[in-house]
Design a protein around this ligand. Sequence first.
Ligand SMILES: [Zn+2]
Length: 340
Amino acid sequence: MTKDYYKILEVSEFSTLSEIKSAYRRLARKWHPDVAGNSFDVITRFKEINEAYETLSDKVKKADYDTARRFYNYSSENKEQKTETKNNSTNPNTKKETQKKENKSEKKEKKGFSFNWEEFVTKKYQEAQYKKEQEIPKKGGDIHSDIEISISEAINGTTKVINMLQTQICSKCGGRKFVNGGICSACKGNGDISNYKKFSVRIPAGIKEGSKIRLAGEGEKGLNGGKCGDLYLTVHITKPSDYQIDGLNVLKTIQIAPYEAVLGTTLVINTLQGKVSVKIAPNTKNGQKIRLNNCGIKQNNLVGGMIVTVEIQIPKNLTNEEIELYKRLQDIASGSVREI
Ligand SMILES: [Zn+2]
């Protein structure tokens, strides 16, 4: 016996049933979770008020409670109890009479209270406990995504700008969903807003396929003030279609026309280190290789080269004029390409 139901209902042991009832109504209204809020303390108080009323409004339960209460008070607080017991013993008749009078109205009103308080209060109590658990700060989840870079970006390092859908706490309502008692117009009552966010991602030089880059705090938002999760980007290096890698060297094939092979020319070639102007000497043979120093892969202090293989190719869709010129060339040819 630790709870004083009389104290909880703010009535005395000699209050009439109608006084108890009206005290209960006043307190139940005041401490109803819909009015006083769904906090743990409010629910606990509301539960106690209902418990107290359930006992003090029931003749049998009240008598049992009073006996137990008197016994408890007698054994724990001897001095104070003496007066109370005395008072009590002088009044039993008055008390009985009042209770009799009120029996009728009690029955009538019980219909209005045909609601299962115990179930309701237990449910509210469980909800409050659940809510309390929910208030523990939780770190937001991590987000995993991929990022594609070219081989030259992997070798030299780069900065990539990516666009990612991100959910953030609404800045207008601060995640509370309401502003001045109305639903927040910015987040429409969600408490958070999803937007595409641009990230500038720095890729260090020499990064390997499958490496992960972590952007701290850019994952899902935390709950109840918990930290945000992280964003992890897995790096994928796209395979080059126009060259091959051999150690630190890059191998590339370029096509030239027969007249370029004979007369020589200058070509601009894309290398890992940028565009390079390459001179094709007169009389260049098919399959001839040209090495471009320092145009390959950089690793530590070493730099490879680009090895260009020249391939002589006859242009497609030769015009009649061009064919005429080849015929003329055939007629005047001085040497043979075959050894007889
Ligand atoms: Zn909002």
